[in-house]
Design a protein around this ligand. Sequence first.
Ligand SMILES: [Zn+2]
Length: 56
Amino acid sequence: MTAGTRSCAQCEEYTALREKAKEDGDYDKATTYEILRRRHPSHEMPSRTARWGLPA
Ligand SMILES: [Zn+2]
């Protein structure tokens, strides 16, 4: 695992699930996984993510 890669294990899992759902013709599920992947915050702004874990 290298820091700064575009995807993380969780996102890759969501992508794989999304692709599988598409193959199954379940576009509703595919959309759900796409949303989950987009929401995944761990590889956006590290400082912002760290701030979420800190008490104010
Ligand atoms: Zn991710």
